[in-house]
Design a protein. Structure first.
Lengths: 523, 936
């Protein structure tokens, strides 16, 4: 075959390729053709994909397994012996039900990857409120992801981050007339309410948006105020009416869950207990006592610098959202990523507007591309190595986190060495529920605010854990007959010399004590 | 769906210098990314803050929160968390005097009914006085009345006085009862005399009596509220404010209200006068009096009202007295209104019924009951009050106060009188008081009433009973436990400090820090501070204690470093105690905490500061590989060879080190199961030992090479000698180690780690293995320790003679010939070449026409003669017969040395000169000489 004869084939191939390329949506096509965006996206995904570290994930997986076993949720607490009659509301029952088979299929690595993908998608959506270059989006998403990393991981609240980002994206598009109606929003809230209790944040955002939008529309219609300087659309009364109806339907949809109104009651209890909020690190105020606090401060400085340099718009709705969610972020570590989601869209727009041409130039610069690869590859190597090695080494991962996985292994083979009513560290409860379902726990991450007239396990746990004279009385109050507690800590030292207790196991992380009268019976 | 309205500024106007701003934005964004990535993942963060503040509070005893929040304790800024103390002890003593028997009055001069004399305590006090009595006169004339007066340290001068004539125009037919409250500020140790006096306003056909005369005084401290308006008049027919006090209690608690007033109307016998006691606008008690004489100091009718109300803390409350008169003018005198915190007394029992109760008949019925059991047997002040009402002038009503059904505390009979059509038979207030010692058994107090004529309506209004334990608060305590979190890190020292003030001078304060190790609150020594607060109230005082002995015991390292502080203040006082907490701080200092950040190997034992580039096997003074990476070439890692290790050590605890010595340890497994110290110079038994570089141990390195380092540490050629170097806090410092492969095994990867000691390893000083969050330091030895011809050109063209007789050619750098001695034996070796005869088919150029010459001068050019890490000095290089290289660099042999320094490799770049070419056949002359290394 001669070169001349090949020409029609190449011509057809070329036409096919051009046609195929043009069928790809523009945004994705832009992304595919942009190696800088690829690299940054890879880095973002690598940074937000983290090894399993949340002990609460343990009880989530166990709850998911039990869902498939019982084909429905439990209405009273199946995992603790201290509060067996508590009306347990598993805010994340649906997420748990999805997570359990996924974990069984893909283990730790797959779990890390799916949450990493979810967070990556979340931040990309958050930077896409208005049209920008793909490089600007990914760069901003990476900044936001790093700033919020303290809370990000293989955790159920990532569902709420995703929901909030999606909600904002939908609202912006609706306000600009790119979406004609919101009738399917109630369906989203139906899912959200069954997947994570943080859907309340969605209503908070809608509330802030609603108030400001109504004022804007009223000012426009009733006061005839000019909109010459306003930098965001004003909704029509028709849109407002539609939104109100949809929001009401959304609220109604959230009641379609296995627990009905109790879902709200439980969320209120969670958020209103001052002792709990003060005692759990994630609910405490953001401080500069850690690197993550400084990281957040650096993000705020960056955002402030960008605003001072470039921001000349009047966007009341955006302002209100940023103020409310900044307050929430400063109040609780847990809410830190909310502010990233709210603010990063604006940063993406400003970076795109002013630095976009420069990004266009840089992404064509081979030298820069090589330098970028050189900088990112070692980081990515470390990150993925971390996820993979710790994902493969199940025990090693938990040992590295100071979790009593070896002690749990021992328990499984020595049931005659322990009693029936365990005392355990709060932070270990989730892992024990997951890995040692043979017995129920004293406390775990679901229970800080659970209490009745004579028991408040979390408060009592805090008191017991401090050691001291109050500990024996509290243990007696609960009739605890064995304990899985951290080694070489005050409680350990107290029990070591207590004639009523016998240490039956210890390693570098944990020690197991059993009451001697129980040991006598077992033998 | 109607479309949205859009503003016309949705697209920003371009800014001036837009491109520059864009570049700045990108720079800032990149800067943040670098900060976040490097800061979070590649540098161990320095301990940025070591001061922790409480996050939760547990109030002890009856301590109450007043204002502020726990967060106010986070900075020493005058924003307070205020706590209200509770009465923790009560005074057994009180001051009282009583004369229950009848005293006949026969004069218009004041006579003492009862005297109370005592000496006030050594501290200034505020005495709340209750004086009560029942009095009567025998005249039906209004102006001929009996009266009482209360004298406070003033002879016959009265602070209040009241009259009531027992006439048919008033309700009272026999005994008039009244109770007079009074608040008396008293100096320390003052001598006090209080007297209840009585007299007649006229002795004309009149005599009088007084009985159940009682005076009691308590010290209630500085916290009572009062309103005492001047005597005046009102003509208002609707309620008008006469006395009012508005205040904001700190905490929610019960208050006892006591009101007293004397009134007279402008017309005798025909006017009704009302008194109303209110709390925040709500009526609490009311009395209606009938006017008697219009004369001053004759016609004043007494009213006593009391109540107990709960007032919320933090909000304003108003207590007031209102009055009105049916017509004419109401003259009021000695109006007293007091609010006393119920907590001032050991116990207050109270009952009331604010609805009017009616009955017809003469049999007594209970109007109000108060039942309780005292905790201890002690004295109680029993108070009863109420208003009386009869519906017909022909009947009387009887009020009586009973204790446990038998003890008649006093009774007054009142005659009825029809006064007007709208307010039928209003009757005056009635009150009685008595101190009784009550046992620890069920107590039952009753107010009973009845009429004296069958089938005639009598009523009682606002009956109230109050039982006050006669033990005023004498000691107040405020106590709370504050909890916070910190770190799990082992502490070098701990400074805990509290800045606060107290509302009362000279409070005995104890501050305790919970010892988690012993599970106890210290009672002395570390974790315990006690002091007497300032003699000036509300003076901030900062108290701190620095703990250096086992400071880590004072937190729970298993629970977020939880710590607890107990603040307790106790003072003997009758006034409330308030603690104003400004700041609680738990300040940790840590031991010097080194963390290995980066490391790199260098071939530079004869260079003080190695170059920061990767070299080759035969280059010197440069790096073997990049940072944190095991060198891939192992040729130079052989017995006797020296290498340098540079490390960046980051101090992460914010604490400087003192005389820090680092010691290298090595192992042939990454887990350091079998680990040994790198041996000292001269050791022959350990695989790795320190070596002498060109520098001196414990002197500072001149130039840093490791990324991220900001301070220069020392050269280290020993693991045991004393160090004088003090690495700075929170600083990434670079150190250098020169070590030597002593007898390390071949083809083996060795792992190294650092062990540090402070104070040069003195007894009890901090020490430990340096944390290494990055890859372990590692170095692989050569595959075999042998003699090796390492580098030789495969093809060298000597050039074209161009018709000349001679050709001379200098080997280029790429054609150099290198040798390695990795044996570590110290034994010399020779290098020889075979006889070089160039051939062109049958034509030859004999070796006698070929001369090898070194290209380097003597002494040799060190850029071409190897030295340093993998070469040796040139001493001992000799000519090896019979041929071929010019001296002195055509061979190498090593002399004996314990330092084994003559090992390694070297290279040469010879010159080959070929002569006698004229006459030779034209063509390419080629030969392959053999190089031979021979141990000598």
């Amino acid at each position: 075959m001669t070169t001349h004869q090949l020409q029609p084939f190449y011509s057809r191939l070329g036409r096919f390729w051009v046609g195929f390329w043009q069928r790809i949506p523009f945004g994705f096509r832009e992304f595919l053709g942009n190696p800088v965006a690829w690299l940054l996206l890879l880095l973002l995904f690598g940074m937000v994909t983290r090894p399993i570290f949340d002990p609460d994930l343990g009880w989530h997986i166990r709850a998911g397994m039990d869902f498939w076993k019982n084909h429905w949720v439990a209405y009273t607490d199946p995992y603790s012996w201290t509060m067996p009659n508590w009306k347990w509301v598993d805010h994340e029952w649906l997420t748990d039900a999805l997570l359990a088979p996924w974990y069984r299929l893909t283990a730790s690595i797959g779990t890390s990857l799916v949450y990493g993908a979810l967070v990556t998608a979340t931040f990309l959506i958050a930077t896409s409120l208005r049209p920008t270059r793909i490089a600007s989006k990914v760069l901003s998403a990476l900044i936001a992801g790093l700033a919020g990393l303290v809370v990000i991981g293989a955790r159920q609240q990532m569902v709420t981050l995703f929901g909030l980002a999606l909600l904002l994206w939908i609202f912006y598009r609706y306000r600009e007339g790119k979406i004609r109606h919101l009738w399917w929003l109630p369906l989203m809230f139906l899912l959200w309410a069954n997947m994570h209790g943080g859907f309340i944040a969605g209503f908070l955002a809608l509330g802030v948006i609603g108030v400001v939008e109504i004022i804007k529309t009223w000012l426009y219609h009733a006061r005839q105020l000019p909109l010459a300087r306003l930098s965001e659309p004003v909704m029509s009364w028709g849109q407002i009416r539609h939104c109100v109806i949809v929001v009401l339907l959304c609220v109604a949809a959230t009641f379609i869950n296995p627990y009905g109104f109790d879902l709200y009651r439980d969320i209120y209890l969670t958020l209103s207990d001052k002792f709990v909020l003060a005692s759990i690190l994630e609910w405490q105020k953001v401080t500069l006592l850690s690197t993550q606090g400084w990281n957040f401060l650096a993000y705020l400085i960056l955002l402030a610098a960008v605003l001072v340099l470039t921001y000349r718009r009047i966007e009341p709705t955006r302002w209100a959202l940023m103020i409310v969610f900044l307050y929430l972020a400063l109040e609780h570590w847990r809410h830190l990523p909310f502010f990233m989601l709210i603010s990063i869209g604006l940063m993406a727009e400003l970076i795109d507007q002013y630095a976009g041409p420069l990004l266009d130039y840089l992404q064509r610069n081979t030298l820069l591309l090589v330098a970028l690869v050189g900088a990112i590859v070692p980081i990515m190597r470390d990150r993925y190595h971390d996820v993979i090695t710790r994902g493969l080494d199940f025990e090693g991962n938990f040992i590295a986190q100071g979790m009593p996985i070896q002690a749990i292994d021992w328990l499984k083979s020595h049931p005659d060495q322990i009693g029936k009513r365990m005392y355990n560290l709060y932070g270990w409860g989730g892992l024990i529920i997951w890995q040692f379902p043979e017995q129920k726990v004293f406390i775990d991450g679901r229970m800080p605010y659970w209490r009745d007239s004579s028991h408040w396990p979390f408060y009592d746990h805090q008191m017991i854990n401090m050691g001291g004279s109050q500990a024996p009385g509290l243990l007696q109050h609960y009739d605890v007959d064995w304990m899985l507690i951290p080694a070489d800590q005050p409680l350990d030292r107290t029990l070591f010399s207590n004639p009523d207790w016998q240490a039956v196991y210890n390693d570098d992380i944990a020690v197991i004590y059993t009451r001697k009268d129980v040991l006598t019976v077992n033998r | 769906m109607s479309p949205a309205f859009t503003g016309n500024n949705l697209v920003d106007r371009p800014l001036k210098w837009g491109k520059l701003i864009g570049a700045v934005l990108l720079f800032l964004a990149s800067g943040y990314l670098v900060f976040a990535l490097v800061g979070l993942y590649y540098i161990q963060p320095a301990m940025a803050a070591t001061n922790f503040n409480p996050s939760s509070e547990t109030l002890s005893g009856g301590t109450l929160g007043v204002s502020g929040a726990v967060s106010d304790l986070s900075s020493n800024n005058g924003a307070y968390r205020k706590l209200r103390g509770y009465a923790s002890a009560y005074n057994a003593a009180y001051y009282t005097a009583a004369s229950d028997g009848n005293l006949t009055l026969s004069s218009t001069s004041w006579v003492n009914a009862v005297n109370l004399n005592f000496t006030a305590p050594a501290t200034a006090s505020n005495f709340f006085i209750l004086a009560s009595g029942e009095y009567a006169d025998t005249s039906a004339t209004a102006s001929r009345a009996a009266g009482v007066g209360l004298s406070i340290n003033g002879g016959t001068s009265r602070v209040t006085e009241a009259y009531d004539s027992v006439t048919t125009v008033t309700c009272a037919t026999s005994w008039v009862s009244t109770t007079i409250p009074y608040l008396k500020p008293t100096s320390a140790s003052a001598s006090e005399t209080y007297r209840l006096m009585a007299r007649l306003t006229s002795t004309t056909s009149t005599s009088g009596f007084i009985r159940n005369s009682r005076i009691t005084a308590w010290d209630v401290g500085a916290d009572a509220q009062s309103a005492t308006p001047a005597n005046s008049t009102t003509t208002s027919a609707s309620y008008t404010n006469i006395a009012s006090m508005t205040f904001t209690p700190d905490v929610t608690q019960d208050w006892l209200l006591f009101a007293h007033a004397d009134m007279r109307g402008s017309t005798a016998s025909s006017l009704n006068m009302w008194v109303n006691l209110r709390s925040d606008g709500t009526q609490q008690a009311e009395a209606i009096e009938r006017s008697q004489s219009t004369s001053a100091n004759v016609g004043e009718v007494p009213v006593f009202l009391m109540d107990k109300v709960s007032l919320s803390g933090g909000s304003s409350h108003t207590i007031d007295i209102q009055m009105k008169i049916s017509s004419g003018t109401l003259t009021y005198t000695y109006v007293r209104l007091y609010a006393i915190p119920a907590s001032k007394f050991g116990e207050v029992q109270y009952a009331e019924n604010d609805t009017r109760q009616n009955m017809n008949g003469t049999g007594r019925i209970n109007a109000l009951n108060l039942n309780w059991t005292p905790n201890t047997q002690t004295d109680y002040m029993l108070l009863a009050s109420g208003g009386e009402y009869v519906s017909a002038a022909t009947t009387n009503s009887v009020l009586a106060f009973f204790v446990n059904g038998s003890t008649d505390m006093g009774a007054s009979n009142f005659a009825a009188v029809a006064v007007d059509t709208t307010n039928i038979a209003p009757c005056p207030s009635w009150s009685v008081s008595k101190i009784l010692n009550l046992a620890v058994s069920a107590q039952s107090l009753h107010i009973q009433f009845n009429g004296t004529v069958a089938a005639t309506l009598v009523s009682i209004t606002y009956p109230k009973i109050m039982a006050i334990k006669m033990s005023p608060a004498g000691q107040y305590t405020a106590s709370a436990i504050y909890s916070g979190t910190s770190t799990a890190t082992t502490l070098k020292s701990l400074n805990w400090q509290i800045d606060s003030s107290w509302s009362i001078p000279s409070v005995s304060v104890t501050l305790k820090l919970y010892n988690s190790n012993s599970s106890s609150w210290p009672s002395s020594g570390d974790g315990y501070q006690s002091y007497t607060s300032s003699s000036t109230a509300n003076t901030d005082e900062l108290k701190n204690q620095n703990i250096t002995t086992n400071p880590t015991y004072y937190k729970n390292t298993a629970a977020s470093g939880n710590w607890q502080v107990n603040v307790t203040g106790v003072v003997n006082s009758s006034s409330w105690l308030t603690w104003n907490g400004d700041w609680i701080s738990f300040d940790e200092t840590y031991f010097y905490t080194p963390n290995l950040a980066h490391w790199r190997w260098y071939d530079a034992e004869q260079t003080a500061d190695p170059a920061n580039t990767n070299g080759t096997d035969i280059s010197v003074g440069d790096a073997l590989e990049g940072e944190d990476t095991t060198p891939t070439s192992t040729r130079i890692v052989y017995n006797g060879n020296k290498v340098k290790l540079r490390v960046g050590i980051n101090e992460t605890a914010g604490t400087a080190g003192v005389d820090v010595r680092f010691r290298l340890q090595f192992s042939d497994d990454a887990g350091f199961v079998n680990v040994a110290n790198v041996a000292e110079i001269g050791n022959v038994a350990v695989r790795w030992r320190y070596a002498d570089g060109v520098d001196t141990d414990d002197t500072t390195i001149a130039n840093r090479r490791i990324s991220g380092t900001t301070a220069s540490g020392t050269h280290n050629e020993s693991g045991t000698t004393a160090s004088t170097f003090d690495p700075a806090a929170s600083t990434d410092t670079e150190f250098e180690f020169t070590i030597q492969d002593n007898i390390a095994a071949v083809n083996t990867t060795y792992y190294f780690r650092l062990y540090y000691t402070e104070n040069s390893g003195g007894s009890g000083t901090p020490n430990g293995i340096v944390t290494n969050p990055a890859a372990a330091i590692s170095l692989k030895t050569a595959a075999v320790y042998d003699l090796e011809l390492s580098t030789a050109p495969t093809d060298v063209s000597l050039g074209d003679s161009n018709g000349n007789n001679d050709v001379s050619y200098d080997f280029t750098a790429s054609e150099k010939i290198g040798f390695w001695d990795k044996r570590g034996t110290g034994v010399a070796y020779s290098v020889t070449t075979s006889i070089l005869i160039l051939k062109n088919g049958g034509n030859t150029i004999p070796s006698t026409d070929i001369t090898w010459t070194s290209t380097v001068a003597d002494p040799p050019d060190e850029t071409k003669m190897l030295k340093g890490a993998f070469a040796s000095d040139r001493t001992g290089t000799t000519t090896i017969s019979p041929y071929t290289m010019a001296i002195p660099h055509n061979a190498y042999s090593a002399g004996s040395s314990t330092d084994q320094k003559r090992q390694g490799g070297f290279f040469f770049q010879p010159n080959i000169t070929v002569t006698n070419l004229i006459g030779k056949a034209t063509g390419n002359y080629v030969s392959t000489p053999a190089l031979t290394l021979t141990a000598v």
